[in-house]
Design a protein around this ligand. Structure first.
Ligand SMILES: [Zn+2]
Length: 379
């Protein structure tokens, strides 16, 4: 596992992240199109974004944001670094491709290896000239029950880049649909399930699919919390409790996916703090204790980001290996608020490991001349 988190302001020891993590957010993006001019977080919003994060750091200990604005989504590394420095909250930047509607021209008819090479180049060489390195791949998107042809290529390329570089990968499953198909494409390309977070599963009111993804070893992202016009938080809470009850507390991720300026708290929206101000109190009222909250909001996202499972969940039999044996997961009873099992038992602690290398990615970098684009005959 990686003992350092790559942030836009430099490497950060995992052990330094002592507060909650928001694993799927956007701090600067541009998804505007003629029919939607508001899917935008630009320079004029940066100060408000930084103020929100600073406030969350102060009030709730927010310790890290995983920013999943990737290629074709208006990614702005300069803005991310500025927001991170102004707020004091470390930020991880991403790379990859969103779903097909937002694919840039480079996806075109490029083959999987050419696309993978683009990502590996960014991950090993940096984003632009300022040396900022992406610390995660995502959000890599698809729409519909099965990814389109171009989306199969971008997902497969992203998985190859993840395997090559040792980064984890977060997906965008449009409206929560198609998660199992994404997982199939990604794992078929050789990526271990415990390096994968399947996105937007809180938009899908289907506990069977959630359990299926978790049993396979993937992370199940409840990452649009507060977007009530897509799904009520009441339904999200019920779905999350069902996943916890099934024994998969160590697979759930929680975030808000702030993706337009009207969602900012200063604009009257739910803000990045909705998780802390609204949803976690409801989860506590349903019986979750602080151990479980820490698992869901800190240890899980860090374990996802760093690959901390070490394969324990990689080939899990459904319902058997998604939690360490002998350590029942905290499970609030959705009906009574009482817990079953040993509520709040620590499940998987993220450790920094011994003998951390100063550059844990060095060994995974392709040797010069072996990983660059333009090698004939590979497509
Ligand atoms: Zn997103």
């Amino acid at each position: 596992m990686n003992s350092l988190v790559r942030t836009v302001t430099g490497p950060l020891p995992v052990s330094a992240v002592q507060g909650p993590v928001l694993p799927h957010e956007h701090l600067a993006l541009d998804l505007t199109r003629p029919t939607d001019r508001a899917a935008f977080l630009g320079a004029r919003h940066a100060a408000a974004v930084a103020r929100e994060l600073a406030d969350l750091r102060e009030r709730f200990g927010l310790a890290l944001v995983i920013e999943l604005t990737c290629r074709g989504m208006g990614r702005d590394l300069v803005a991310l670094a500025r927001i991170s420095r102004a707020s004091g909250v470390p930020v991880v930047a991403g790379t990859g491709w969103y779903h097909e509607r937002f694919h840039p021209a480079e996806v075109g008819s490029a083959c999987v290896q050419e696309l993978a090479d683009i990502l590996v180049e960014e991950i090993t060489g940096g984003l632009g000239g300022d040396g900022v390195l992406p610390g995660v791949i995502g959000e890599v998107g698809s729409h519909g029950r099965a990814p389109s042809g171009p989306e199969v290529r971008t997902l497969t390329a992203a998985a190859r880049a993840a395997v090559t570089t040792g980064l984890s990968l977060a997906t965008h499953a449009q409206l929560g649909v198609g998660g199992p198909a994404q997982l199939e494409v990604l794992t078929s390309a050789g990526l271990a399930p415990y390096r994968i977070s399947v996105g937007h599963q809180d938009l899908l009111d289907d506990p069977v699919v959630h359990r299926e993804l978790a049993a396979a070893g993937a992370y199940v992202a409840f990452d649009t919390i507060g977007k009530e016009h897509y799904q009520s938080d009441a339904t999200r809470l019920r779905s999350l409790l069902a996943l916890l009850e099934a024994g998969y507390a160590d697979r759930a991720l929680l975030s808000c996916d702030i993706s337009r300026h009207s969602y900012l708290a200063g604009a009257g929206g739910q803000g990045y703090g909705h998780l802390f101000r609204s949803f976690l109190p409801r989860l506590r009222a349903a019986g979750a204790d602080e151990e479980l909250i820490d698992l869901l909001t800190r240890r899980n996202p860090l374990r996802f980001l760093t690959g901390g499972d070490g394969g324990r969940h990689g080939a899990a039999e459904p319902g058997t290996a998604a939690r360490p044996a002998g350590q029942p997961v905290a499970v609030p009873d959705p009906g009574t608020g009482a817990a079953s099992g040993s509520r709040g038992a620590p499940v998987t602690e993220v450790t920094t490991g011994a003998g951390a290398a100063s550059d844990p990615w060095a060994a995974s970098r392709p040797a010069p001349g072996t990983g660059s684009a333009g090698q004939g005959g590979r497509c």
